[in-house]
Design a protein around this ligand. Structure first.
Ligand code: ADP
Ligand code: 5GP
Length: 204
C-alpha cells in the first residue's frame, strides 16, 4: 500500500448530536464490503453511501455516479491541490478520494454516512472526525477470499494475485479499528453491523 495521504485538510467543528454520524468500513478487496454496504443501505433509510471518486477504470456493470465517480487522473490531482478531498489515497495503483463537500453537507443535514475506504483513508477521516466509527471486515480465511475474488469474476488473475498480497498488509492493520466483523455468514455479519449502527452514540 502506498503511504501517500492527505494530511493538510483542516478539521471542521466538533461533533454535535444533531449531526449525522460516520461509519467507516474497511476490508481486503473481496471480503464483502460492497455486498454488506448494499444490505445496510436498504435497512437504514437515514444512511447515505459516500460515493468515492477514483481513477480506476470501471468494472463490468459498475455505474458512474452510483458505484464510483470515475474521473481522470488530472482532475483527481487538481482536486488534491484545491483541498477538495476529505481524504484520499493511492490503493492498488489507483487514486481514490472522498468528497469533503459531500461529507460536510450530509452530516449537516443530520444523515449518517457509510464510507467504504481503505485504512489510509480511515486514518485521515479519524483525524478530522474523531467520533467516526471504524469497522474492519475480515474474510473467514485467505482461501475463501481468493474464492470470492474469483467468483466475482471482475478481476484478472494478476489483479487477484496483487489483491491477495495487499490483503495481508491490510489485515495487519485491523487492530486500528474499533470493531471487527468476520464476514462468514452474510446474515450474521449484517446483524452485527446493524447492532453497531443501533448503538447509542457514547457506546460506539
Ligand atoms: P468487496 O466489496 O469487499 O471487494 P464484494 O462485496 O464485491 O467484496 O464481494 C466479493 C464476492 O464475495 C461477491 O461475489 C459476493 O457476492 C461474495 N460474498 C460477499 N459476502 C459473502 C459471504 N458472506 N459469503 C459468501 N460470499 C460472499
Ligand atoms: P475497489 O477498486 O476494489 O473498489 O477498491 C479498492 C480499495 O479502495 C478498497 O480497499 C476500498 O475500500 C478502497 N477505497 C474505495 N474508495 C475509497 C476512497 O474514497 N478512499 C480511500 N482511501 N479508499 C477507497
Amino acid at each position: 500500500m502506498s503511504e501517500k495521504t492527505n494530511e493538510s485538510f483542516p478539521r471542521p467543528e466538533a461533533d454535535s448530536p444533531e449531526n449525522g454520524r460516520l461509519f467507516i468500513l474497511s476490508a481486503p478487496s473481496g471480503a464483502g464490503k460492497t455486498t454488506l454496504c448494499k444490505a445496510l443501505l436498504k435497512l437504514f433509510p437515514n444512511l447515505r453511501y459516500s460515493i468515492s471518486h477514483t481513477t480506476r477504470p470501471p468494472r463490468e456493470g459498475e455505474q458512474h455516479g452510483a458505484d464510483y465517480y470515475f474521473i481522470p487522473i488530472e482532475e483527481f490531482k487538481k482536486n488534491i491541490k484545491l483541498n477538495l478531498w476529505a481524504e484520499w489515497a493511492e490503493v492498488h495503483g489507483h487514486f481514490y478520494g472522498t468528497s469533503a463537500k459531500f461529507i460536510e453537507s450530509t452530516l449537516d443535514k443530520g444523515s449518517d454516512i457509510l464510507l467504504d475506504i481503505d485504512v489510509q483513508g480511515a486514518r485521515q477521516i479519524l483525524k478530522r472526525y474523531p467520533d467516526a466509527i471504524t469497522i474492519f471486515i475480515m474474510p473467514p480465511s485467505i482461501d475463501e477470499l481468493e474464492k470470492r475474488l474469483q467468483k466475482r469474476g471482475s478481476d484478472s488473475r494478476l489483479t487477484i494475485a496483487k489483491r491477495l498480497k495487499a490483503a495481508e498488509a491490510e489485515i495487519a492493520q485491523k487492530d486500528f479499528y474499533t470493531h471487527e466483523i468476520i464476514n462468514d455468514s452474510l446474515s450474521k455479519a449484517i446483524e452485527q453491523l446493524t447492532d453497531i449502527i443501533n448503538l447509542p452514540r457514547k457506546n460506539r
